[in-house]
Design a binder for this molecule. Structure first.
Ligand SMILES: *[C@@H]1O[C@H](CO)[C@@H](O)[C@H](O)[C@H]1NC(C)=O
Ligand SMILES: *[C@@H]1O[C@H](CO)[C@@H](O)[C@H](O)[C@H]1NC(C)=O
Ligand SMILES: *[C@@H]1O[C@H](CO)[C@@H](O)[C@H](O)[C@H]1NC(C)=O
Ligand SMILES: *[C@@H]1O[C@H](CO)[C@@H](O)[C@H](O)[C@H]1NC(C)=O
Ligand SMILES: *[C@@H]1O[C@H](CO)[C@@H](O)[C@H](O)[C@H]1NC(C)=O
Length: 586
């Protein structure tokens, strides 16, 4: 997963250490607990027992956070059974470790400033990676047709016997974020060793995203060995530059897929995303049904220079500072909105999280009908910085420059403000809002004002200096469309039922509420931003258990993947391919 500004922040770093606002209300202790639980929201550090005492007394409202039934392959039941038997064997585990370890050993690092494919020699390592795939997955490469897109993009087609069925699209990326040389000493095992210590597989890419790519290929190799022949076609899109925006990889793959299959031609798409873990005493899976938008606004301020012995009351830097203070003093409002993805996540947690404080569960449940309860729920939940960030547009002033000398007035000063746009908003609304916010200061300082190409000052009136807002270099994006989850949305239900089948099969348990599936929001960005036109049903989900003995550590030192966890990923993809294959609903 990546960020569009290429300076990637791992999901675990999004988590607050401490220090959310003190509050004086009666909800204080509850809010503090919420902060702790929110920590578990993404990395699920705590593991509680699966059943809490308060659950029985609360009851479950089946209309809220409705759950699809576990979906066990039937037509393909024999293959599913055989797969499960083999995945539990030691020889298969050894193969899985070898497959992933081998992929990690090829350092497919992608850097922020890379020249195009064909010019920058650093791309060439992807040839080595692809040779490895060819050698490691022989049956796969016999059965699937490979098209290389923009040299390193891999598009595989596994043709089904029934061309009238919309294909399943699975995505993953080959590239990884670089390992910083300064951190080499902190790795317990070398970052590209693919070392297996008997429990964990070590190295860069093990949990972002080679576990996904190799997981898909391992599942298909194994299905082929068991004699499976698809009815529904399966397409695999493996980009290579996801960590730096996907412009050369996923964007090119999307163009080819669109050309070949047409718009909205895929039954569903599953790419990297959030996993599953324990929250409030219940195991939840949180497939991302959308992604927040992304925008960097550049603020350029110019005013006359000169010797600093006779200064004006405000220099370019002083005026810029005032603008930035204005921005910070006016954060975007965050709201809990009925029907929004954030609201649905919260509802699922309240409905099924037996260890969530009862007062919380009550107010969230009432908030469906009562505006007062909704406001109360909002007040409680938005104390939590993660929920707050999901519920609204955020802004952060991340870059600033200005001035060249201690005794010269600065002619130029600039800053960049990063925004993550809420699902209810848009790029346009965000730029308009910031433009309006700064307008009074621009005229107060007697600056001509240009915002996103529009000249907003009185024409021909002389000004002391100029203020210019613009898109900072780099990508921006509107929030992703929200994939349907309500009212029997067949692809979401198929995904949910598959998650349950994979989870239950591994643990040899039966029943539907062992793992609850809730719509989630992807906090970072993925290659799916290029795939919107291919299907309405996009899910960002890896069947990765969060909260194991060691954290997975994507993007940082000591990135690992537990071998048993990796086998669950393979099992999940197996179930997904089989279920999609036999479904008449998607
Ligand atoms: C790390 O050091 C190697 C060898 O000195 C160099 O080639 C490479 O570019 C460095 N990597 C980074 C990320 O700085
Ligand atoms: C952008 O937003 C403004 C105000 O929010 C609105 O008036 C305008 O129609 C929008 N433009 C587009 C292209 O959506
Ligand atoms: C703005 O600055 C210009 C240039 O210094 C000056 O001519 C003009 O009178 C100023 N206008 C106001 C309203 O201060
Ligand atoms: C504002 O900034 C944009 C982007 O840097 C630039 O293209 C444009 O010329 C600037 N406009 C003014 C009036 O300075
Ligand atoms: C989807 O298609 C529309 C219309 O052709 C195009 O403008 C848009 O950029 C496409 N979106 C993506 C994410 O490719």
């Amino acid at each position: 997963m990546s960020d569009l500004d290429k300076k990637v922040q791992p999901a675990t770093e999004l988590l607050p250490g401490a220090g959310y606002p003190k509050q004086k209300s009666k909800y204080k202790s509850v809010a503090i607990k919420a902060g702790l639980v929110a920590f578990a929201f993404f990395i699920s550090a705590a593991t509680f027992s699966a059943r809490g005492a308060s659950r029985g007394s609360y009851g479950v409202n089946t209309d809220v956070c409705s759950q699809a039934a576990e979906l066990i392959p039937e037509k393909n039941g024999v293959i599913w059974e055989s797969s499960n038997v083999r995945y539990d064997t030691l020889p298969f585990k050894k193969r899985a470790v070898k497959w992933l370890g081998g992929a990690i050993r090829i350092p497919t690092e992608t850097y922020d400033e890379m020249q195009p494919v064909g010019i920058d020699p650093r791309w060439e390592i992807f040839h080595v990676f692809q040779d490895y795939l060819l050698e490691a997955f022989p049956k796969f490469h016999k059965a699937l047709k490979l098209t290389k897109v923009n040299t390193y993009g891999l598009l595989y087609e596994w043709k089904g016997s029934d061309a009238s069925l919309k294909p399943l699209l699975l995505a993953a990326h080959q590239g990884v974020v670089p390992v910083e040389n300064a951190t080499l000493g902190q790795w317990q095992h070398e970052p590209f060793s693919g070392h297996f210590d008997g429990e964990y597989i070590w190295g860069r890419g093990s949990s972002d995203d080679k576990h996904g790519l190799i997981g898909i290929m391992s599942a298909i190799e194994s299905l082929l060995e068991l004699g499976f022949k698809p009815t529904r076609s399966v397409m695999l899109a493996f980009g290579f530059d996801e960590e730096i925006g996907g412009l050369d990889g996923a964007r090119s793959l999307a163009a080819v897929l669109l050309e070949r299959f047409g718009p909205k031609s895929f039954a569903m798409l599953v790419d990297e995303g959030i996993g599953y873990g324990t929250q409030y005493g219940q195991v939840f899976a949180l497939p991302g049904v959308t992604e927040k938008g992304f925008l960097n606004i550049q603020i350029d301020l110019a005013s006359p220079g000169g010797h600093s012995s006779v200064p004006p009351p405000h220099t370019s830097i002083g005026m810029l500072a005032k603008l930035l203070v204005e921005i910070e003093e006016n954060p975007f409002e965050a709201h809990l909105i009925r029907g929004s993805p954030t609201y649905k996540t919260v509802q699922c947690l309240a409905e099924h999280g037996s260890e969530m404080p009862l007062a919380w569960r009550e107010v969230i449940r009432l908030s469906q009908y009562s505006d007062e309860a909704l406001r109360e729920a909002e007040m409680l939940l938005l104390q939590n910085p993660i929920i707050k960030s999901l519920a609204g547009t955020t802004q952060a002033i991340n870059l600033i420059r200005g001035g060249i000398k201690t005794n010269a007035l600065p002619e130029q000063a600039w800053a960049v403000v990063n925004h993550r746009i809420s699902m209810e908003s848009s790029l346009n609304e965000t730029t308009s809002r910031q433009t309006d916010l700064l307008r009074p200061l621009a005229s107060g300082f007697n600056l001509s004002y240009t915002a996103f190409g529009a000249f907003l000052s009185e024409p021909d009136v002389p000004a002391y200096g100029s203020l210019n807002l613009s898109y900072a270099p780099g990508a921006s994006m509107d929030p992703a469309p929200v994939s349907p989850t309500d009212g029997g949305a067949a692809p979401y239900d198929l995904l949910s039922g598959t998650i349950k089948a994979a989870y239950n099969s591994h643990r040899d348990i039966e029943g539907d509420d062992n793992i609850v599936v809730s719509p989630g929001i992807m906090p970072a960005n993925t290659d799916t931003r290029h795939y919107w036109n291919l299907t309405d049903h996009i899910f960002r989900y890896r069947h990765v258990r969060l909260g194991g003995r060691l954290p997975n550590n994507p993007h940082t030192v000591n990135e690992v993947m537990e071998a048993d966890n990796f086998i669950e990923i393979i099992r999940f993809f197996t179930a997904l391919v089989l279920n999609a294959d036999e479904s008449e609903l998607i």
